[in-house]
Design a protein around this ligand. Structure first.
Ligand code: SF4
Length: 435
């Protein structure tokens, strides 16, 4: 049987897309191959949100192309955010690629692979639920984004927002839990906008309520939120529904109002802080993560300092920081010259990472001696691994619990990035729902 390899870079949405394609190709009868160079069919699932991700995909395609010109005979498909509506330039640069597909455009890949291999594609794109899914699994609920932040390429590549209907999601999550899944992360570029395009109109709170009833499901997470769309109703639902984890990823992107306006984020610094206060006042024990860009066009030292102040004021549990990189086709790339030098961006990034490492080490040190429930979802170098409801990574000493168990852990050690603990008790499903 021909073999395949799906290579992925980028966000959780890309990971979820790759899992879907993985399943289609397996259903078609292809064998999964761990080494990309040995596979007959290679799918490169790309991301162009940051220059580094784009460079990595370009480098890989260059290497695959060289091998193909030396007769590797490999079938190469490229999917994801690198592929826009006009593929002329891509086809010129990478003439050896057999098929180009935009994000979530699985059909052209599956059909071309079917035609090349002579395998039937019937039923390869319907009801794609993995036979052995991970304990914690991503479920995309809304595709695309309508926000058009000036620096972001996503709306141009993933298109406008399109929500998946509630019954379809409930069915999918029921099938996943029947196959052992204990935790789902509901995904959207802007997950809080879920449902505005459905009729009758629903929102993320409605969806969470419906999913909450799925038997066997223990935890519900959601990613990524937008400060303007995270409504009072959604915040209340997180607080009220026991299975919904108390962890919110709320990107602020910049701490200065002039920069926020140029980014077209739609809120000011004080409105962002008000939203943080509302979340913290409503959801006891909530943890907060965020995204931040340094070196946006025209960002002065004083404006950067204001981002820094937000970090010190809010004290996030985690920060995904990035230096601004111009994305061709965005409003910023057309209208806003990239004025901050590469060295200065690097300096600002290091400053952010240093202060955040200090904040995280203080927050995590305070957790030593406390107890948390963690869901065991893997093993790293002989130690079990799981996450608290607040999404803290915990390594557990010794054996005992199995994958998928929820266990009570006493925290014995902390670093800025993870915690260590030892086992106190394993909880039953009944105890989990009643706590
Ligand atoms: S909200 Fe802004 S940054 Fe996030 S995906 Fe949409 S356009 Fe991009």
């Amino acid at each position: 049987m021909p073999s395949y390899h799906v290579w992925t870079v980028g966000c959780q949405m890309n990971v979820a897309d790759s899992q879907t394609l993985d399943l289609s190709l397996e259903r078609m009868g292809l064998d999964r191959e761990e080494k990309i160079e040995n596979a007959d069919v290679v799918i490169v699932n790309t991301c162009v949100v940051r220059q580094s991700a784009e460079d990595t995909a370009n480098g890989l395609l260059g290497r695959l192309g060289k091998r193909k010109l030396n007769d590797s005979g490999q079938f190469i498909a490229v999917m994801g955010c690198m592929v826009g509506p006009d593929q002329t330039d891509l086809k010129r640069r990478f003439p050896y690629v057999d098929v180009w597909a935009r994000p979530q455009e699985f059909q052209p890949i599956v059909e071309t692979v079917g035609a090349r291999t002579g395998l039937s594609t019937e039923g390869c794109l319907a009801n794609l639920t993995p036979q052995q899914p991970d304990i914690a699994t991503f479920v995309p609920i809304v595709h695309g984004c309508d926000k058009f932040c000036t620096f972001c390429i996503i709306p141009y590549r993933r298109g406008r927002e399109m929500s998946r209907p509630v019954p379809e999601l409930v069915d999918e999550i029921t099938r996943l839990t029947d196959r052992g899944v204990k935790e789902v992360t509901l995904l959207g570029q802007n997950v809080d906008s879920y449902g505005h395009d459905l009729r009758p109109r629903v929102d993320l709170a409605d969806l969470m309520e419906r999913i909450h009833d799925v038997s066997g499901l223990e935890r519900i997470r959601f990613l990524t939120s937008h400060p303007n769309d995270m409504s009072r109703r959604i915040i209340r639902a997180i607080a009220d529904l026991p299975k919904v984890c108390e962890n919110v990823n709320l990107p602020f992107q910049a701490g200065d109002d002039r920069v926020l306006a140029d980014m077209r984020r739609g809120y000011t610094r004080s409105q962002f802080i008000d939203r943080v206060d509302e979340i913290r006042d409503t959801i006891p024990g909530v943890t907060l993560t965020t995204d931040l860009i340094v070196g946006f066009p025209g960002e002065t030292e004083a404006e950067f300092e204001r981002s820094f102040q937000v970090l010190e004021q809010v004290r996030f549990d985690k920060v995904h920081s990035a230096a601004y990189s111009e994305r061709k086709g965005t409003y910023a790339s057309r209208k806003m010259p990239d004025t901050v030098s590469r060295d200065e961006k690097k300096r600002r990034l290091h400053a952010v990472d240093d202060v955040q490492a200090q904040v995280q080490s203080e927050i995590n040190a305070d957790l030593v001696g406390q107890e948390f429930d963690i869901l065991i979802d893997g093993e790293t170098r002989g130690r079990l691994r799981g996450r608290t409801r607040g999404d803290k990574l915990v390594y557990v000493a010794g054996g005992g619990p199995a994958l998928g168990d929820t266990v009570r852990i006493g925290i014995t050690g902390a670093s800025p990035w993870s915690l260590e603990g030892d086992l106190r008790a394993t909880q039953t499903q009944k105890e989990l729902v009643s706590t």
